[in-house]
Design a protein around this ligand. Structure first.
Ligand code: AMP
Ligand code: MG
Length: 348
């Protein structure tokens, strides 16, 4: 996972989560802890518990997941699999194996739009590293041949093997979703009933607001770069026990000759996905599904993406296009309220 700057990570804003939660007009301050991990800015807010040990336990678990999955940590399981590409299988922790299984599944159902072996292209572009540049066609061609989820093998006994040398797994598009789910598990085990888990855009709204009413969840305006103090929503909806994950072209990018090169790569072209999507948000029960899908649906674009989303039970989506139109999946109709009149709701 590459590092993201703090100013651009919070894709979603939960109205109540970043400052206070109101019950009977009185602000309730959550027990809150934040930090930088999994390449992003993490905030955990507990609204009905005051035990700091619970939050510390969550942070420890997140660190453990990062240590197993990050490509930036030399001895992570993923780094070891990558180093042994074309050489030998590597036994990985169950966490990693589970995420890889999900990653393969989403590659398959999205026709490779979600591509866990995207690593060589992510490295080549270097977006978000400070060394980003537009590569030559030859470089892209050479990297593209190292990208193919069919050459990622999940063997028995938690062993993982990449067929060819220089292949590289990158779980940046799915690991935060898994981490959010694991954070949720800990909170539920500790009896928490009202909390917001925010992993830089992977939001899990646990339970309800402390007064029992649903969380009010806001979708960030993808046209406005964000700071923590300047929040702009395009719409809101109510939710309990729900994961909301967004992928957007405004999260990490650089611009050259008027073209925006962002961090979500189309494994068919080797270039950042080019389409009319500014942001795609996925609502689901488990955040791992929402995370993989947000990335996949960004690459697939509006038409194909909506079709795929409609086929998956328990998943809703909100697409925002660059021409400021909003497309939502059928189950969300009547539940999503536009709050910024510059945006227009469309019926696909
Ligand atoms: P997300 O912000 O969840 O959409 O994930 C983007 C991150 O996932 C990038 O920073 C890369 O680490 C990785 N990534 C980029 N393109 C893809 C892709 N097509 N499939 C899977 N992961 C990708
Ligand atoms: Mg994702």
């Amino acid at each position: 996972m590459n590092r993201r700057s703090i100013s651009v990570v919070i894709i979603f804003v939960i109205f109540v989560s970043l400052s206070s939660c109101t019950i009977d007009n009185k602000a309730i301050k959550p027990l809150s802890k934040d930090g930088f991990m999994l390449g992003t800015f993490v905030v955990i807010n507990l609204y009905d518990q005051k035990d700091e040990k619970i939050i510390d336990e969550v942070f420890e678990r997140l660190r453990e997941i990062e240590n197993r999955m990050s490509v930036n940590i030399e001895d992570s399981d993923i780094s070891l699999v990558n180093k042994n590409a074309g050489i030998k299988p590597v036994k990985v922790h169950q966490d990693v194996y589970y995420v890889l299984k999900k990653a393969k599944y989403y590659s398959e159902i999205s026709g490779g739009a979600f591509e866990p072996t995207i690593g060589p292209l992510v490295n080549l572009w270097g977006i978000g590293t400070g060394n980003e540049r537009v590569p030559s066609e030859e470089e892209i061609r050479k990297s593209l041949i190292k990208v193919d989820f069919n050459k990622l093998h999940l063997l028995g006994n938690n062993e993982v093997f990449l067929d060819e040398k220089d292949m590289m797994i990158d779980l940046g598009g799915i690991a935060k979703g898994y981490a959010a789910d694991e954070a949720k598990k800990i909170l539920l085990d500790r009896g928490v009933k009202s909390a917001i888990i925010d992993l830089g855009g992977n939001i899990y709204a646990l339970g309800s607001k402390p007064d029992g009413t649903p969380w009010r969840l806001g979708i960030q305006n993808p046209m406005i770069s964000r700071s923590r103090n300047k929040v702009s929503h395009i719409g809101i909806f109510d939710g309990k026990n729900i994961s909301v994950v967004t992928s957007g072209d405004y999260e990490r990018y650089f611009e050259e000759n008027g073209i925006r090169y962002h961090h979500i790569i189309d494994s068919k072209t080797g270039f950042p996905a080019r389409n009319n999507v500014a942001g795609i948000s996925v609502l689901s029960q488990d955040s791992i599904d929402g995370d993989a899908l947000s990335t996949a649906l960004f690459v697939l674009g509006l038409d194909e993406g909506l079709k795929l989303a409609e086929k998956i039970d328990g998943v809703d989506v909100i697409y925002i296009t660059k021409d400021m139109k909003i497309y939502i999946s059928s189950n969300l109709r009547g539940k999503f309220e536009i709050t910024n009149e510059e945006f227009e709701m469309m019926t696909p």
